[in-house]
Design a protein around this ligand. Structure first.
Ligand SMILES: [Zn+2]
Length: 215
C-alpha cells in the first residue's frame, strides 16, 4: 500500500493556500497539487517549484460543469472540444512550472471514457479520481479517499478513525491511495484539524513503513 496526499483546486497564492502548501512541503513525505490551469497564478507556480516533494497534476481546465443533470463533469463525452482545452491547460501548466505534466485529476473526480482516451493520447500516465473507471489505456489509476464527509450545506469532515478505516480497507490493493483535501473556504479551525490529520497519516505511515514513491 502506498499513500500520498492530494490537495485539490489549487489556483491562487492566498494566505491560506500558502500556509497549507508550506505545511505539506515541510511535514509530509510527498504530496500532489491538483492545479486548475486556467486560474493558476505565476506566484503560486513559483512557490510550488521550490518544493522538492510536490508533484503537480492537471485539474481539468477551468473547473466548470457542463452537465445539466447527474454528477458534475467538465468534459463529458458529449463535449466536442475536450482535447483542445485539456491540451491548452497542459501547455499552460508546463510553461508555468517548467516540467512535464503527466498526471490528471478530473474535476469532481469524474469524467467520460472518451476523455480518458484523450488523456492517454496527450501523454498523461496517471489518472487520479474517486469514481471507479475501467482503465483500458496506458494510464495508471489511483484510489482517493476524501477527508470531507459532506460538502453541502456546509463542509463537514470525517473523523480521523473513519478515514484510516477506509485506507485500511484498501490495504490489499497494489494501487496508490491518495488522501484528498480541499481548502476552499475552510475555517482556521478546520484547517488546523486537517493539518493535525495529515501529521497523523504521516506518523502512521512511518510506523507501518507503508510509504512509497510517486511515479
Ligand atoms: Zn476540484
Amino acid at each position: 500500500m502506498r499513500i500520498f496526499h492530494r490537495i485539490d483546486d489549487v489556483t491562487i497564492c492566498s494566505r491560506e493556500m500558502s500556509y497549507v502548501l508550506d505545511f505539506f512541503a515541510e511535514s509530509v513525505r510527498e504530496f500532489v497539487v491538483a492545479a486548475i490551469p486556467h486560474d493558476l497564478t505565476k506566484a503560486i507556480a513559483s512557490r510550488i517549484c521550490q518544493y522538492t516533494n510536490c508533484s503537480v497534476y492537471q485539474h481539468g481546465y477551468q473547473h466548470v460543469n457542463r452537465v445539466s443533470t447527474g454528477w458534475c463533469d467538465e468534459f463529458p463525452d458529449s463535449f466536442l472540444s475536450t482535447k483542445h482545452f485539456i491540451e491548452m491547460g497542459k501547455h499552460r501548466l508546463e510553461d508555468l512550472l517548467q516540467r512535464m505534466i503527466t498526471g490528471y485529476v478530473p474535476p469532481w473526480n469524474n469524467t467520460g471514457v472518451k476523455t480518458i482516451q484523450i488523456l492517454d493520447e496527450l501523454g498523461f500516465r496517471v489518472y487520479s479520481a474517486q469514481k471507479n473507471h475501467t482503465m483500458p489505456f496506458r494510464i495508471n489509476r489511483d484510489i482517493t479517499v476524501d477527508v470531507v464527509a459532506s460538502y453541502k450545506p456546509r463542509i463537514t469532515y470525517k473523523s480521523f478513525e473513519d478515514v484510516i478505516d477506509e485506507v485500511k480497507a484498501l490495504s490489499d490493493t497494489d494501487e496508490e491511495i491518495g488522501i484528498l483535501y480541499h481548502f476552499k473556504n475552510v475555517s482556521a479551525d478546520d484547517l488546523s484539524k486537517i493539518v493535525r490529520f495529515a501529521k497523523e497519516v504521516e506518523s502512521m505511515r512511518d510506523e507501518k513503513a507503508v510509504g512509497g514513491s510517486l511515479r
